[in-house]
Ligand binder design. Structure first.
Ligand SMILES: [Zn+2]
Ligand SMILES: [Zn+2]
Ligand SMILES: [Zn+2]
Length: 258
């Protein structure tokens, strides 16, 4: 199995730099300190799966250049993970089909309310509006996208239950504050872990760096990458060298293998 994950965006909801902020991170010249909003591209056995449609999706896909998208997985419906949905249109146009999309059960009403037009029957040609073929994930068990097995991992984003996803030995978990007891077995044998580290101090919705390091140690992956990072984390060049062996801050454009 060939499996890579490309970090399309590794920033928290406002991205880094924050508009108008003059802090050392937001004014840093280091490209590692420029972070678009959260999305990731999985390439596995010739198939391409997009996780979340960040508000920066157009810019991200112009850089990553996938030639098709075999499926979209949503973790939850917060705007920093969904607002770029319309930029799926070029794939509708080129593939001449609705894009197969998987959504957590507690997110489907929100998706319908905000992006109902993307669920409507297509009139005329593909690509005029985004067009999704939605499957609701209402049981925690593996399913297939174009022959690729995906396992949903329930996690808690503060008080909101959302989903991470596992592909082979790689787990992608964004916006986590805590992992429910019953999800621990789903991380057995994970070798590459992507998880959230928002900043250095605690936050009600997301793990901070010390919590994320403790979580990563407990999972015990060979390599852990921290993402969904805010400007309060500090500069990449200052923080990354301080992390334990096998743990690093991710950055936009990074491609990892599992
Ligand atoms: Zn988020
Ligand atoms: Zn700043
Ligand atoms: Zn969120």
């Amino acid at each position: 199995m060939s499996l890579t994950l490309e970090f399309l965006g590794t920033g928290t909801s406002g991205g880094v730099p924050i508009i108008g902020c003059t802090c050392a991170v937001c004014t840093s010249a280091d490209p590692h300190d420029s972070r678009l909003r959260s999305s990731a591209l999985i390439r596995i056995d010739g198939k391409t799966i997009l996780i979340d449609t960040s508000p920066d999706l157009r810019q991200q896909l112009l850089r990553a250049k996938p030639d098709r998208i075999d499926g979209v997985l949503y973790t939850h419906m917060h705007s920093d993970h969904t607002a770029g949905l319309d930029d799926l249109r070029p794939f509708n146009y080129r593939q001449e089909e609705r894009i197969p999309t998987w959504v957590p059960a507690n997110a489907i009403n929100d998706l319908r309310q905000r992006f109902g037009y993307a669920l409507e029957p297509i009139k005329g040609r593909y690509g005029v509006i985004p067009s999704l073929d939605v499957t609701v994930i209402d049981v925690v068990q593996p399913f297939e996208i174009a022959g690729v097995t995906v396992t949903p991992i329930p996690v808690m984003h503060g008080k909101l239950p959302i989903l991470g996803y596992r592909f082979g030995n790689l787990a992608y978990i964004t916006d986590i504050l805590t992992l429910p007891e019953e999800s621990w077995p789903l991380l057995d044998g994970v070798e590459v872990l992507v998880t959230t580290a928002l900043k250095l101090t605690e936050n009600p919705g997301h793990m901070c760096l010390p919590e994320a390091i403790a979580f990563a140690k407990e999972v015990g992956a060979r390599q852990t990458w921290f993402s969904h990072i805010g400007h309060e984390m500090g500069k990449y060049a200052d923080i990354n060298p301080t992390l334990p062996d096998g743990m690093e801050l991710a950055y936009d454009g990074l491609v990892i293998e599992a």
